[in-house]
Structure formats: C-alpha cells, structure tokens
Design a protein around this ligand. Structure first.
Ligand code: GDP
Length: 221
C-alpha cells in the first residue's frame, strides 16, 4: 500500500504523519527484526481493532475492517512514522511498527485452535525484541467478558506492559461510560489507566498517542 502523509505535520503534539502496510508473517523466521520498536494491538474478534488502527493512523482502509472475522491468521506489521517535539521546540522523527495481532474468541473455536492461537502469540511476544507495549482492546459496552479476563491474565504472565484500550465508547452515554470505565479499572488492575476510544469521533486518540509516545520515544522501554 502506498505511503500517505497526513496534512497535520505542523502539529506540535506527538502525531503519526505516515503509515503504510509493511508485511504479514505467519512464523518466527519471518518476524521483522530491524531494531525498530513495535507496539502491538490485540483483542477479541470484532472488538474494533481494525477501526481503531485506522483511526489512530488517520487512514481509512489501512487495516481491514470486516464483519467476517476468522480468516487467515497472520501478524500484520504497519510501518509508522511519527513526530514529537522536545521542550526546546526541536522536532524529532520516530520510525516504528504498529503490529496487528490475530483476534481471539471466534465462535465455535476448538480447544486445539485456542492452544495454537496462544502459542502463536506467545512466540511473537517472546521473540520480538522490539516489542515494547501491548494494547489490549476491550469493548467498553462489555467490560466483564470472561474471555477478555482470561486473555488479560494470560498476557500478563508474558511480562510485557499492557495498555487497556476501551473501544466503541461512542455507543455509551456519559454515565454508563464512566461506570464501565470504573469496572474496567477494577477488572484489569495492574495495567494503568484505561483509555476510552471511539473510532467514529476519534475521542481518545490524543490520550492513546500520548501513551504510545512514552514507549516509542524511549522513556518507558
Ligand atoms: P475487528 O474485528 O476487531 O478488527 O473489528 P472492526 O474494526 O472490524 O469493527 C467491528 C465492527 O464494529 C464494525 O462494524 C465497526 O464499524 C464497528 N466499530 C468499530 N469501532 C467502533 C467505534 O469506535 N464506534 C462504533 N460505533 N462502531 C465501531
């Protein structure tokens, strides 16, 4: 996919100004290993992962948005260029990868296929030295799904920082949003403050970019 530059390059806040599909891989020998940092996104199928990636990068159609989940299982890399500004007003450019990991929780999934999903993800996490942050997506309307709790517990065991991102926040009213965010904080304690995100209004994009900045610019890795 051709690289596209966004028009907001004058922005003084950390922002993504270029994003492009880079590569899809299915096994360890194919992992990208060129010293750049990686931020990975994971969540239940249909949680809104593709929409969030598109929103975060301000690119329609970067990640595929589909109502028909569960096709080929691949790890998808997107090459990202971002820009930040230091206290002196000097701009800095960062090159990193946004990594789209296969979703979990498809209907009618066998135990064998759940196990193979786990080893597929665990291997990527274990053998990707550039990986600095895992964003776990939770549908803000359904904070208490057992499958998400299980995924969280399992991912926590892999020892990487986890950022909870609550998707589809525009589908809730203010009170319910606050109530469910409190519930997310309680259920996913140990992962910092969750970010509420809407891929429709892009609410939450600045918050999530600010968190990503800490990792991409080095303070947190
Ligand atoms: P994925 O399977 O996790 O990649 O999920 P998708 O990005 O394909 O989204 C699944 C469905 O939820 C699609 O119909 C999207 O249009 C919808 N969706 C995703 N994010 C949002 C959001 O923030 N707000 C609303 N209202 N709908 C969303």
């Amino acid at each position: 996919m051709a690289e596209k530059r966004n028009s907001n390059t004058e922005n003084t806040k950390f922002h993504i100004f270029s994003s492009a599909y880079f590569r899809s891989v299915v096994e360890r020998a194919q992992y990208v290993n060129d010293g750049k940092k990686e931020i990975a996104f994971i969540g239940r199928s249909n949680v809104g992962k593709s929409s969030l990636i598109n929103s975060l990068c301000s690119r329609r159609g970067l990640a595929m948005v589909s109502r028909d989940p569960g096709k080929t299982r691949t790890i998808n890399y997107f090459a990202i260029q971002s820009r930040s500004m230091d206290k002196e007003g000097t701009g800095h450019r960062q090159d990193w990868y946004l990594v789209d990991l296969p979703g979990y929780g498809f209907a009618r999934t066998s135990q064998k296929s759940k196990d193979s999903w786990s080893s597929f993800i665990a291997e990527y996490i274990k053998f990707s030295p550039g990986l600095v942050l895992l964003c776990l997506l939770i549908d803000l309307r359904h904070p208490g799904l057992p499958i998400d709790a299980k995924a969280y517990e399992w991912l926590q065991g892999l020892g990487l920082p986890i950022q909870i991102v609550c998707t589809k926040s525009d589908k809730l009213g203010t009170q319910e949003k606050q109530k469910n965010l409190r519930e997310v904080k309680r259920l996913f304690s140990g992962s910092g403050h969750p970010v509420a995100y809407s891929a429709i209004s892009h609410n939450g994009r600045d918050d999530l970019l600010h968190i990503i900045e800490q990792y991409v610019c080095g303070d947190e890795s």
